[in-house]
Design a protein. Structure first.
Length: 232
């Protein structure tokens, strides 16, 4: 009887273990079936993150994009002084210590707007001035209208005939200061003129024109007829 009892117990235990195994197997299968959609979802999510990187480069954030430096606003005092010298159509092109002499200056001009009839390259002006602040007052130290002039007279190389339009080029050099180049466009017979270079002469303490090498300063003349006007 004891053996039968043991056998029955053993059978019962085996049956219980088998039932338990089947129940556990059933639970594992269900769990695996639940995991499959989760794994598939994670795979699709990873693919969604991966695909944008495989195409064209993603746009750079605004902070990383190259931006053109913003030009400083023209102070009201300078704009007012330019208006008093050239009228309401004046445009301030540059300001600051232009001559590198420790004084505040500005370059202003009457710029001809671009139109279908005015398609000339560069900045075309009818008049231009450089003014200097001396003891709180703005004083004109260089003028370009029909001729090129400073406080002493007509600059060397200025054309003998009146010029009604100029191409103006300028650059700011850290050592030499503002460098100006005036090319006469109207009112002359020679169509192959070269730019007339003008910059601050520290020895003479005024703006003067340069020779054709753009290295040596030329003197002024009180009369336009006496000014050197060789433009070749």
């Amino acid at each position: 009887m004891e053996k039968i009892s043991n056998s029955r117990c053993s059978y019962a235990n085996e049956a219980g273990i088998g039932a338990s195994f089947h129940r556990e197997g059933h639970g594992v299968g269900a769990a695996r079936r639940r995991c499959i959609p989760l794994i598939l979802s994670l795979s699709l999510l990873s693919l969604a993150f991966f695909l944008p990187g495989c195409g064209a480069d993603a746009p750079k954030p605004a902070s990383q994009a190259e931006t053109k430096p913003v030009e400083p606003a023209v102070p009201e005092e300078i704009q007012s002084a330019a208006t008093s010298l050239l009228g309401s159509e004046s445009q301030v092109l540059a300001f600051g210590d232009l001559a590198k002499n420790g004084k505040q200056e500005f370059l202003a001009a009457n710029v001809v707007p671009k139109t279908p009839t005015n398609n000339l390259p560069g900045t075309i002006v009818t008049r231009a001035v450089v003014a200097e602040n001396s003891d709180g007052n703005w004083t004109e130290v260089l003028r370009c209208d029909e001729y090129l002039k400073n406080q002493k007279g007509y600059l060397g190389l200025t054309p003998l005939s009146q010029v009604t339009g100029w191409r103006l080029q300028y650059e700011r050099n850290n050592e030499k200061g503002l460098q100006l180049y005036f090319t006469p466009l109207k009112g002359i017979t020679d169509s192959h003129t070269l730019p007339i270079g003008v910059r601050w002469n520290p020895a003479a303490k005024r703006y003067q024109s340069l020779d054709r090498t753009y290295e040596h300063f030329l003197g002024e003349s009180p009369s336009v007829r006496d000014a050197r006007s060789v433009l070749r």
